[in-house]
Design a protein around this ligand. Structure first.
Ligand code: ATP
Length: 477
């Protein structure tokens, strides 16, 4: 007897294509366009599988799916969606749907999946009900590349498999790690992030595994390491490619045995955390040259998730830019829109620093643009390398708009060299402050010093060092 499939799809052209493909495979296909139609057909027929769109003529197909699954627990469900967000992917997986297909999809792959799903329907273990209703995370982007990432994320939410996130700096690896944590079954536990590259080699073992009092000189008290801190939650090991060899060996041993011992301790502590690791390094050549342990690689790369560089998903740049503009506004920067030409110009840039660079650039734009709708003409000059200096100065002048955000944008942009961070930041901060004081006092240094509450000679000295001329300040005012 022919297996029956219920297709709930309000887009006639998609429905025709899917129906033809499935009928060619020998399935019988019944179609409807709405939730009401679906419920009617389900009540009167026996379906081995339902393929359903999300946005239907009378509502959201996912919202009512729980009820359908309760009534027909043996029917496989595949969700098709044009809402290609992580939120939809997660909501789909929370319903226990067999698969989630973002549109546009590959028809052959869909047919293959239908065959598998029908094969497994009925004897498939019922998916657990989600502990919590998954909330959408701020992972923006609907490009095919990001959808592949979302699908991988949904596959690891109900298990504790070790995930290795790969991608250039600034592609969103930490955000993906957080998404895995927050949407997964360990969400109520802690999310502990460790940047293994930032910890001195001699401290890394103590940081990860903890130490007992007196384990080494300076170990005045027992220290609980990150593995223990992450108990019940997720341990995010960032920059794992930069981990020293000795620590790699200890990490491997811990992962293999599922147990750790604090440095200088004898007690064995059982691991109780999901491990998510990330690196922007290409680990395979590092394995070949002996810098990274091959056995550790296979331990952590159980589920690799690759985040492509932003230039390979230019489709996402507009959505990301608009997202960051509204985030900037929420953080107190002027509310700005982006013109279509502006969005197109941004989408053509290489963004070597990936999403992080785009984010910082957008914050700077929000800070500096004078017009409500930012156009290509405003963006263009800010893109050129020569303008970096001017941008930093401008950003500093505009700093009082929102200190934290402005400082962030300025730091990313001016990138002061290590060791000069404090002096550079102070100079950038003092300049607009002194200019303001001087303009308020008509260039009178004594009164400006009084207004600022600093010594007159200190002010004079700093004005010389910063090359600020009091008479310029009055012109500005
Ligand atoms: N898809 C995205 N949607 C929204 N924001 C994003 C996205 N990807 C990255 N971001 C933002 O870009 C910035 C950089 O992301 P993140 O720190 O996760 O990158 P990373 O790959 O871990 O970088 P690194 O390798 O340098 O540690 C963060 O502010 C993050 O919130």
């Amino acid at each position: 007897m022919k297996q029956s499939i219920l297709l709930v799809e309000d887009d006639a052209s998609i429905a025709i294509v899917i129906t033809a493909a499935l009928e060619a495979e020998g399935f019988k296909v019944d179609r409807c366009e709405s939730i009401a139609g679906r419920d009617r057909l389900l009540a009167g027929g026996t379906y081995g599988l339902m393929l359903t769109d999300v946005m239907l003529t009378d509502g959201d197909g996912i919202e009512t799916l729980g009820r359908v699954r309760d009534q027909f627990p043996r029917m496989a469900v595949i969700i098709l969606s044009a809402q290609n967000t992580l939120d939809t992917a997660v909501r789909a997986s929370d319903t226990g749907a067999f698969e989630y297909f973002p549109k546009p999809f590959d028809l052959e792959e869909l047919v293959r999946t239908v065959r598998q799903a029908i094969g497994s329907a009925g004897n498939a273990e019922q998916a657990d009900e989600p502990d919590e209703v998954a909330q959408g995370l701020p992972l923006v982007g609907r490009s095919a590349a990001m959808q592949a990432v979302y699908r991988m994320i949904t596959r690891v939410l109900r298990n504790d498999l070790t995930v290795l996130i790969l991608g250039e700096s600034g592609t969103g690896k930490e955000l993906v790690a957080e998404a895995i944590h927050q949407l997964g079954k360990r969400a109520s536990g802690p999310f502990i992030a460790v940047n293994t590259a930032a910890i001195p080699a001699e401290l890394i073992e103590s940081e990860l595994f903890g130490h007992e009092k007196g384990a080494f000189t300076g170990a005045h008290a027992r220290h609980i390491g990150k593995f223990e801190q992450a108990a019940g939650g997720t341990l995010f090991l960032d920059e794992i490619g930069d981990m020293p060899m000795q620590a790699q060996t200890r990490l491997l041993r811990a992962l293999q045995s599922g147990k750790i011992r604090r440095v200088g301790g004898t007690e064995e502590i059982t691991l109780d955390c999901r491990i998510v690791a990330a690196t922007n390094r290409d680990l395979l050549p590092m394995i070949a040259s002996g810098q990274f342990r091959e056995d550790l690689y296979y331990r952590i790369a159980v589920v690799p998730i690759e985040l492509p560089p932003l230039r390979e998903r230019a489709d996402d740049i507009e959505a990301l830019s608009r997202h960051f503009l509204s985030r900037a506004a929420a953080e107190g920067l002027p509310r700005r829109q982006l013109s279509q030409a502006g969005a197109e110009l941004l989408a053509r840039q290489p963004w070597r620093g990936n999403v992080r660079e785009l984010r910082n650039f957008i914050y700077r734009l929000a800070l500096l643009a004078r017009e409500e709708v930012i156009d290509a003409a405003t963006i263009e000059p800010l893109l050129s390398g020569d303008a970096a200096q001017a941008r930093a100065a401008d950003a500093a002048v505009a700093m009082p708009a929102t200190f934290a955000a402005a400082l962030d944008a300025w730091l990313a942009d001016a990138a002061p060299p290590a060791g000069q961070l404090y002096d550079s930041a102070l100079a950038a901060f003092e300049r607009p402050l002194f200019l303001h004081a001087l303009s308020r006092t008509g260039g009178n240094q004594l009164r400006a010093a009084q207004l600022l509450g600093i010594n007159r000679n200190t002010l004079r000295k700093r004005l010389v060092e910063l090359d600020i001329h009091p008479e310029d300040a009055t012109v500005r005012a």
